[in-house]
Design a protein around this ligand. Sequence first.
Ligand code: ADP
Length: 321
Amino acid sequence: MFESARIKLTAWYCLIIMAISLAFSLTIYQMMNVELQRFARNQRFRLERKVEFKLPPPPVIDPEVLAETQQRIIVVLLGVNGIILVFSATLGYFLAGRTLSPIKKMVEEQKRFIDDASHEIRTPLTALKTNLEVNLRDPNLKLNEAKKVITESVEETNKLILLSNYLLNLSRLDQNKIKLQLETIKFNQFKSLFSKNQRIKFISSIVSFTADKSQIQELLTILVDNALKYSQKTVKVWAKTNSKNIIIHVKDYGIGIDQKEIPHIFERFYRVDSSRNKTVAGYGLGLSIARQIVDLHHGQIVVKSQLNRGTDFQVHLPIKN
Ligand code: ADP
């Protein structure tokens, strides 16, 4: 699909360049022709004058030489246009490749995203269906067993709802459909989010900054949820400022992340493939949403982590957005 688009684009580039080049050549040919005709006319005029005054005749242009010169100009111009055609086709093909490459990358990413999303949805749905069908066919199913099956199904359904919310969020963020509702937020406003959980230590701070409150809430929830999932001990949340930015820390003392995995953890559906990680539920979408939110606020996320020591996610956001 992209190869044919590339060839079509190359053809368009060539067509435009050749149209310009041929127009130029035609103009040059016309101008040279006019000049040659004028030159021949002058010569004739001079000749007539010299005959009239009995002066020795000046050299005359032979009409055959004139025609030959005109032909030669045409050949030279055609040669130049041929070279321009080859050159523009090569350059056009290269430029078409460059032009299409980000679109190609985007389409491939979208395709991979759809494949992964369909896979993530189909697996739990199939398991859910099989579980329900098997139990439905069982004539000896007792009430408490049926309740257990229903409870499991509700849990699975909740996970699917979470996944669809993630996907919807990502899609909205992707299409820039989310308009930030910027307001001045005090960092302490987020304290209530985490006050119920004994494992979270929220360190108060008077720092305030401009951002979209619901988006920052979502961002902090993702980071804190991860910190709780991938550690057993206390999770610390605090903020500090420098002259331009607020830096929010979410720090845990858990399994940590291998340095070589850090560049990948923000990719969609990416989950670190360690034995300890496999037992923790997740879809590998939280951090890609987190990064999109931070990007929307023109900030950045820095990850400092040591295996088996813990991870410190640092979110840098401009104080004035
Ligand atoms: P998931 O739903 O798998 O947690 P995320 O996108 O939130 O997806 O995170 C991607 C991966 O990054 C996780 O699967 C995990 O391996 C790693 N990760 C994220 N946060 C932490 C953390 N605090 N400690 C250790 N690993 C983490």
